[in-house]
Design a protein around this ligand. Structure first.
Ligand SMILES: Cc1cc2nc3c(=O)[nH]c(=O)nc-3n(C[C@H](O)[C@H](O)[C@H](O)COP(=O)(O)OP(=O)(O)OC[C@H]3O[C@@H](n4cnc5c(N)ncnc54)[C@H](O)[C@@H]3O)c2cc1C
Ligand code: SF4
Length: 456
């Protein structure tokens, strides 16, 4: 799949990859050898019948391909854009043993985009799902991120009456307020949410569960509850100067850009002040997004400060590659230890220490060790701390008997059941910061378990 040129794309927020043409999609699909025991499916947490949908693409029947994907995946246009296929279905593809695996993710994206452009936007009714007979049983889902949307969609398909309670005024979770427009256009997220609604799911926004209503109260009306409230609490390093002006958590930074439309200034009068030089701390997808957003907002120099090397970065390889192409400066083996301020209290320098790699730690990655007397300073105007998030403690605090890990994640069984009967959980509230597809997989597992529990 081709990208827009780096020179052209760094000054706007339009999508970077261009997607396949129908001819390219058919050509790529023909590389699939339709394995009898397809390993790719085992690598897909939502169990898409990959060879079947690719076969439809190879025959040029894109509508049937879309239907096939949607049998198990309610959010294909999103998955096709942000899922780490290189670590999942494509990693297991047999063709990948000797060469490039089949580009399953790009094909999924193509099919979803084709359906949107040729069916949903033209004749939405044709894309709608035939509602199943209602079972007359109500289930509640907390949070409208990928975990909640998937669980809700699957339960609705089984015939349950599903209501999603979302604390924000908008739906989609991180897909809407975190991942930037140039990687995941919000029109696409909105349309996928509309699809879930077309399955019969009701969504009530501005409902902060734990405050407005508690789980105990909801259980009086709903027979089962799925908690998919994510991990929206930013982590900081706890170093001196982190409370200076100009130091953001990535959460706040991206939220302001996405939700307050800072990227549309001056049409929207809610800009983010970033200055000339921005330092982003971290090496994951959130760090890459923050750095690339900074560049697009007009920063002249954007640094990624990361304490290990590029090889250990958890971000998707293709996003690292794009960040490098766009001119983001990677300062690896670099750990900030203190921020300094100018006379007005704004951050002006990051004091860092050089690191080296030692033996592997519990994560399997080589441990970064500070090199004595290697401190140095970098001049900066803005810092974005992107070192991870933990679950917001509100729901656990307001739900007596709900067991959580020390770090705040809700404890569940293999089926997604929490310590409270009838209450299930999944996604980032269980795993900490993870991935869209793992959140969707959890939603799916919980929907099945809820069905089993309610049908006893
Ligand atoms: C900037 C960024 C980039 C990322 N890039 C990628 C990527 O490229 N690929 C990938 O796979 N993953 C990526 N991720 C991670 C991925 O987005 C998350 O793992 C995923 O969104 C988790 O889904 P979730 O449904 O568990 O939670 P969320 O998406 O966080 O959704 C939770 C929802 O619950 C709502 N909520 C919270 N508390 C309450 C409450 N008390 N009552 C009601 N509602 C509540 C929230 O408002 C939110 O809408 C990225 C994350 C970020 C922040
Ligand atoms: S493993 Fe690869 S070649 Fe085999 S069915 Fe899946 S996508 Fe096709």
């Amino acid at each position: 799949m081709k990208d827009r040129s780096a020179k052209e794309r760094i000054r706007d927020f339009m999508e970077v990859p261009l997607g396949y043409t129908p001819e390219e999609a058919i050509e790529e699909a023909k590389r699939c050898i339709k394995c009898k025991n397809p390993q790719c499916v085992k690598g897909c947490p939502v169990e898409v019948d990959i060879p079947a949908f690719i076969d439809h693409v190879a025959k040029g029947d894109f509508e049937s391909a879309a239907k096939r994907i949607k049998e198990t995946n309610s959010l294909p246009a999103i998955c096709g854009r942000v899922c780490p296929q290189e670590e999942q279905c494509e990693l297991k593809c047999i063709i990948g043993v000797k060469g490039e695996p089949v580009a399953i993710g790009t094909l999924e994206r193509f099919v979803a985009d084709w359906e949107r452009e040729n069916i949903l936007l033209k004749a939405p009714k044709r894309g709608e799902f035939k509602k199943p007979k209602s079972l007359g049983i109500k289930a509640a889902v907390l949070g409208s991120g990928p975990a909640g949307l998937t669980c809700a969609g699957d339960l609705a398909r089984m015939g349950y009456g599903v209501t999603i309670f979302e604390s924000l005024h908008v739906t989609g979770g991180v897909l809407t307020y975190g991942i930037p427009e140039f990687r995941l256009p919000k029109a696409i997220v909105n349309l996928e949410v509309e699809y879930v609604k077309s399955l019969g799911v009701e969504i009530i926004t501005d409902m902060l569960i734990g405050n407005v209503l508690t789980i105990e109260e909801l259980l009086k009306e709903y027979k089962a509850i799925f908690v998919g409230s994510g991990a929206g609490l930013p982590k900081f390093m706890g170093i001196p100067g982190e409370n200076l002006l100009g130091v953001y958590s990535a959460n706040e930074y991206l939220f302001r850009v996405n939700m307050m439309k800072a990227w549309k200034f001056p049409d929207y009068l809610t800009p983010v002040k970033i200055g000339r030089r921005v330092a982003v701390i971290g090496g994951g997808n959130v760090a890459m997004d923050s750095a690339r957003v900074s560049l697009r907002l007009g920063a002249e120099e954007v640094y990624i400060l990361y304490r290990r090397t590029q090889d250990e970065m958890p971000a998707r390889i293709e996003e690292i590659k794009r960040a490098v192409e766009e001119g983001i400066i990677f300062k690896i083996l670099t750990l900030p230890i203190k921020y300094h301020a100018n006379e007005e209290g704004w951050v002006s320098e990051a004091e860092c220490i050089q690191m080296e790699l030692g033996e592997p730690d519990s994560s399997g990655r080589r441990r970064p060790i500070p090199i004595k007397n290697s401190e140095f300073r970098i001049q900066i105007d803005t810092v974005v701390v992107a070192i991870g998030n933990s679950p917001n403690p509100l729901i656990p605090h307001r739900t007596p008997g709900l067991k959580v890990e020390k770090w705040g994640g809700i404890i569940i069984t293999k089926e997604g059941l929490t310590s409270i009967p009838g209450v299930y959980a999944g996604g980032d509230i269980v795993r900490g910061s993870a991935t869209v597809i793992s959140a969707m997989g959890d939603g799916k597992i919980a929907a099945r378990a809820i069905d089993k529990h309610l049908n006893l």
